[in-house]
Design a protein around this ligand. Sequence first.
Ligand code: ASP
Ligand code: MG
Length: 401
Amino acid sequence: MSLIVQKFGGTSVADAQRVMNVAKIVTDTFAKGNDVVVVVSAQGDFTDVLEEKAKEINPNASRREKDMLLSAGEQISISLLAMAIEKLGYHAVSLLGWQAGFETSSSHTSARIRKIDPSRIKSALDKKNIVIVAGFQGLSRYGDITTLGRGGSDTSAVAIAAAMHADLCQIYTDVEGVFTADPRKVKGAYKLDEISYDEMLELATLGAQVLNNRSVEMAKKYNIELEVLSSLTRAPGTIVKEKTKMEKMLISGVAKDTDVARISVMGVPNNPGLAFKMFSKLSKKDINVDIILQSIGHDGKKDISFTVAKSRGQEAVDALKDYMDSLGAKEVLYDDNVAKISIVGAGMESHAGVATKMFEALYDAQINIQMISTSEIKVSVLIDARDADKAVEAIHDKFFD
Ligand code: ASP
Ligand code: MG
């Protein structure tokens, strides 16, 4: 007998029929003799609906009250799923985060899981129940309901799997797994059988929306094997684990991120400490900087360009403009019609020429590169947003055809 954690996202439980479909998957797993703990998200886009309701009444509502509201979506889906399972003739118990033993930090709307006390889950399993846990939520040490940040129920599932030493953690979603590129956009994109934690982490951070990146970090830390699969087709999905046997593959995916803006600070003095001063203005405001490019100095001046998330772009520009004089800068330029295209692959560590191949694909498609950044298993380029889809396609063709 195994302990299996199964997580279902919003689309998997969007309506009555989908909830019944999930009940079928869960009870099939249970009927094979497994203990099953199920983690669910709110139905469909219900969490967005709740966010809207809050904004309508008070856009500046406290984060404590936002958590109280947002956590309600999962209470609906866990109880509905329990009812669906009862209907199929099995025993089910639904538990809110606090009932399932989720202790979190008190940073409302982005709480971190501190620990899980699974005793209630365990005793319910012992009584032959299927246990259904509300994802995305927990309890702070002050006894307040917290949420883990949008998309947090993946992390809830992995945390339970880690705390209970589960044999498998399945993340059911509306796609069949992790693809080499967005299959809706790229014809030749195909599903990977396996991917390593590190590659998945890069892809998740780069905007491939299959898994929340904190959940992958946690899975890596506790060595929890994940399977990403579709609740609609039930076809075998993608396994996420430490080491994969796909050494022959140069890269495992091409990702596109359009939530980027480029800021250029022009004509600053070519002196020590300039980058420090500039970026400390941004880090004080908690603005994350991604790709950074600095020109070589000429006539005692240099230019520094970098990217930030679009949502923080204006704020970053304003912060820098306030300091233009003390930085000695000539002007601050802003462009949010850009996209970041990245290739990810553990194969890069042992193969030369991977980046060159990517640049060649872009050259063939006559796409200009504005900025480049690399890590051990990733190459990212910043290009004009209009070229984004064409670039992904060209790069994908180059590596996978
Ligand atoms: N329902 C929450 C959200 O939409 C949590 C989740 O889906 O993982 O963000
Ligand atoms: Mg959701």
